[in-house]
Each structure stands twice: as structure tokens, then as C-alpha cells.
Design a protein around this ligand. Sequence first.
Ligand code: FUL
Ligand code: CA
Length: 684
Amino acid sequence: MKKSTLLLAGLLGFNMAMAQDIKPYGALPSKAQVAWNDLEYYMFIHFGPNTFTNKEWGHGDEDPKVFNPTHLDARQWARTAKLAGMKGIVITAKHHDGFCLWPSKYSTHTVRESAWKNGKGDVLKELSAACKEYGLKFGVYLSPWDRNHPEYGTATYNQVFANTLTEVLSSYGPVFEQWFDGANGGNIKQPYDWNLFHSVVYKHQPNAVIFSDVGPGCRWVGNENGIAGTTNWSTLNVKGFSPGAGGPSTKSLNEGNEDGEQWIPAECDVSIRPGWFYSPETNDKVKSVSTLLDIYYGSVGRNGNLILNVPVDRDGLIHPNDSTRLMELRKVLDASFKDNLAKKAVVTATNTRSGNAAVKIANLTDGTNATYWATADDAKTTAITLTYQKPVTFNRVVLQEYIALGQRVQNFSVEILENGQWKEIAKETTIGHKRILRLPDYTTTQVRINILDAKAAPVISEVQLYKAPGLLATPQIARGKDGNVTITCASADVDIRYTLDGTAPTQQSPKYPVAKKEQVVAVVLPRGGVVKAKAFSKDGSSSETVKASFDVAPAKWSVLPADASAAIDGDAGTIYNTDATKYPHELQVDLGELLSLKGFTYLPPAGDGAKGVVYGYAFYVSADGKNWGNPVASGQFANIKNNPVLQSVPFKATKARYIRFVAVSPASESDTQAGIAELGVITR
Ligand code: FUL
Ligand code: CA
């Protein structure tokens, strides 16, 4: 052998040995978990008897005949998901009411007993086929909590649930995700055999990622708003925790645990409407594009997957209001991430690892996270610089770690060159599968990404820059106690136009005064009404139309106890917390006039550390404030703990001047006080 050949062989051997030399760090994802993270965005579908009964948590005693979608078309759902850029669909095969969307032989509360297709239908069969046709992944939600099954709460139920799982997981082809809901709002407590359930899943679907509060495949993000922590580790400590009430703290779910013992990345679940199930009442409450963008950047942009719920309606179709919104969102996302400006830069980096053929600086901008660049073992900091000949303008930074080797980056910053000086424009913590920074427009010839701290040598797969088009902010409509309506818009230099007759505002509609010197045309709606608003900019672009519906304002109301005024001040941000520390609690309101009441509303405290969310309630009315009789409504606010949105409870129309709200039980067992952000009446 010639000397040069020897040398070459030696070098090759050296390279091959070094190609494996990046030691994995910490808990690692399985191949299925890596593939799962790449999906990023997929659809959730809540569908069942609740769709037809206006309930969020069915009781399991609903007549199965109510389930009768007359135009069900699973291909329409799949087509919508595909066009929305989603990668799969997870459907509620069985929600808490126990109703099975397939003709299960382990239940008598299924599509077989329904009116749909004379009992011959199978939603899972139709949806799995549609997903296959459109190249989408198919996943299933099955609630262990079952309010219908006669064996629920007995020793035999775990096997029933295992059989049910087997049926679903062996009949409809590949399942990419198995969703296990931890919720249990009933009195019967069933100790679940999670080991059994998991073994059934893996037996039939070895590549399925199992969702729950503690994984093992992926974890709940700790809220139903679809928002992960800005710090978000894909690793989690699960010892001693279980799904549901025994889950890790909200903070751990939201941010993961640095150096957590298992790889359990966050999945961010949220509904496009206020509730998870369809209701005609929420047709005009579909989230705006700007809210959905906040959710996208708060989930996919923070190392989480986004599962966006789009409830199928009573016809068995995705409602046009939802599909239109999904397409509007897609359009904005496509325009935002169209042109990766990093590809046009000369990219350099400090501390590049040598002698490893897989590590290339060009991999940072090759558009795939399957390739990577890394530093030397002892270099936990580095700077990656993008240099341009001519200035570029950008407002999005996308970073990705090569997660197959573990999540490493703890701190990073972004700088730009401005007048010959480096200027820091962002300082953040984790990256993980993907981190997207939403920034103001910056124009520069050099951008520097500094990895300031890492658990081990950073392994980065992508650095991307984009210039997303500007969007006008959606106006916000609020009404005070006295009935005064205020409309604001976060975008500067816009005209806000509004209507009070239900029509969409145009540039000819009345203008809401924004500047101080403009004469205030008061919009006062003490008796309620519908306000629609839209912002128009000078360049001809416009915002979405936003709509707010109001009932009678609390202008003339007085409350008992007297210090409870925050509950009727028309301000969602102020909260009355009861003084007494033992349930039940109550509140009485004098409406100041006789009104024809059709229902009441309760706005629970929401946001970080919200306490006092009420679960069980009773509502009374009276003509004199003394004689209350029986409650006109009583029950539980379903799913209010995880999704603390406005609750509207209708009751038989009745005339009254006094109302009494009794908080019967708390949503969190440990809560002793009741919290009320706002109490309202329905007269319209
Ligand atoms: C929760 C459930 O109780 C809700 O009804 C909904 O299914 C949501 C996705 O999970 O735990
Ligand atoms: Ca308030």
C-alpha cells in the first residue's frame, strides 16, 4: 500500500470514529418521539353526544339517539386539516360520557345505538381512511373516566378499558398518538392500571406516542390555552406522579424539568372556540388570527407541539367559520416563513468541532433539522455569525437543536451590528426542537447568535431568519359597569370603525375616537347590544373584524356582601374572593329593577395562580330578596378548572329583581374560598 493511501485510510477511519463522538446528553427521545416533534401542528377533534347537547362534559346518561350528524364527511375534516398545514388528526374516540364513536363490543353506548346511519356507522373507520387518503397521521383520544360504563369504579373496569383500547388500536391502522385524559370530575374514583393500558398501546402500536400529564410519550403543557413556558425543557421528572390530579406542578408541566429523568416533551392543547365541543352559541367566538398566532408562537415557537381543536358541528362537518380562520392563519404563517434569509448569509462560527464529517457549518442553513453543526466537547459557548453584503431586514429568528442527542442549550442571545457596535436584541433560555423569536423589524448586515450556556457542547441543526409581514392588531372591545364601551387597538395610526347593528364595519362606518383631541362620540350600551369593530390603516390594510355581545350592564346593581363589588364592576380583571374560608359561599345581587331573566353567567378567575374557581353551583332568583324558593339552575361547570372561560347557564325564563349565586364546591379540592371575576345575567 502506498503511503498516501494509508494516510487516507487512516483519516477515513479517524473520521468515522469521530463521527460518533458527540456523546448524547441526558434523557433522550425515542425515534418515534423525534418524528412526533417534527409534526409540530395537528388537529384535535372533539365530537360526540356533547356536540348535540351543548355540554362540555356529558353525564353518560344522554340518549345515544341524539348523536345524528346528517352530513358527516370525514374527508372534509381531513381536507381542511391538510389545507391548514396540519400533519394529523386526533379524535375523541371516547370522551368522559363513555360514548364510543365506533361500534364497540364492550359498550352499549355507541354509534351503533345512535340514530346516525341507522346504527351502521363507524366514525373511526371513516376518519382513519380519510387521514390515509390525505397523508395525515391518525390518533385517538380515549378517556379512562367513563360516566356511562356500568363497571366503572369496580375492579373489572381496568380490563374493560384495556379491551376497548385493544379494539381501537388494532382495527384502524397506524396510530401516531394515544391521548389519555387525566380529568375526573365525578364522585366515583377508579384506580387506573396505567401499566396495563400502556402495555396494550405498545403491543398494538409500538410507535405511538402516549400523551398524559406524565407521558410517557409526551406531556400536557399544564393549561388549555396552548401556551408553553418560554423556558421549556423536553425532560421531566415523573417519579411519584400520575396522570390527572396526581400530576406534576403546573410549572413543571409548563416548563419541563432541567435534567429531568425522562424525555417527555410538551404538547400544547387548545380549542379554536371557547369550549372543546361544538355549540351553535360559539359560532361567532372562533379565535382570531392574531390569537391563533400568539398560540402558534407560544407552542411550536417554544419547543412544544400544537394540537389545535376544531370541533365538528351537528351536521358532521367543520363549520365554515372555523375552516375560514384556519386558512387565514395558514396564509399568514406561509407568508411569514416563506423566505429564509439565513440562506443568503455567509455563516461563521466559533469553536466548530473538528474531525467529524457530520458537523458542517453549511448544515445550519440547509433547511433540514436532520443535519447539524456542533462545537468541540469542551466548548459550551459559541457564537454563530451571519454576515450580509447588503443590509437585511428581519423580525423572526428560528433556532433548532438536534434533539436526538439531547436538549442542551440553557441560555442564548441574539445581537445585531448597529453603527459598528453589537447590540443585544433578545436574550432567552431554552431552544429544544424549535424556538421562534418574534421580534420588531431589525435592519443590519450582521446577526450573531450567542449560545451563552449549555449542558453539553451545543448541537444545532438550524438557524433561520425571516421577515414576516406586519399585521394590524385585532381591536379590543370592553364595556364598563356604567355601560360605556371602549374600543382599543394595539397598532398605531389606525382608524377604528364600528357598528352596532350586527353588520361588518367598513371604512364608511362610524369612527371610534382614538386620539385625545378627537371628540368623544360615546358608545353607551347599558341595556346590552352587539358591537363589531375593525381597524383600518392608512395604507389600505385592515384588521380582522371583532365582535362583542353584551347583556344588561351592572350599572344599577348592588351586591351583598357589600365588599363584593369586584364581582359586578364590569371588569374581568378585578376579582372578588369570599371572606369566609369554608364552602359553600354565596353572593346576592339587587338588579335595581325587575328583569326577565333567561340565565346567568359566571366568569371565573383565570391566569397564573388563579384561585377560587367554582365547580358546583346553585342559582336562585327572587322578587323581593327574601323568598328564594328552589334554585332555577344547579349543577357543575364542566371542565372549568383546566379551561376557566365564561360560563353561560340558561334557565327557564322568569321575572326577578334579585339573584343569588351559591358556590357549592371548588374546582380544586384544596381551595377554601370562592373567586368571582364577574357575575352576569342573560336577558336576551
Ligand atoms: C380535558 C377534558 O376534561 C376536556 O373535556 C377536554 O377533552 C380536554 C382536551 O381535556 O381534560
Ligand atoms: Ca370584576
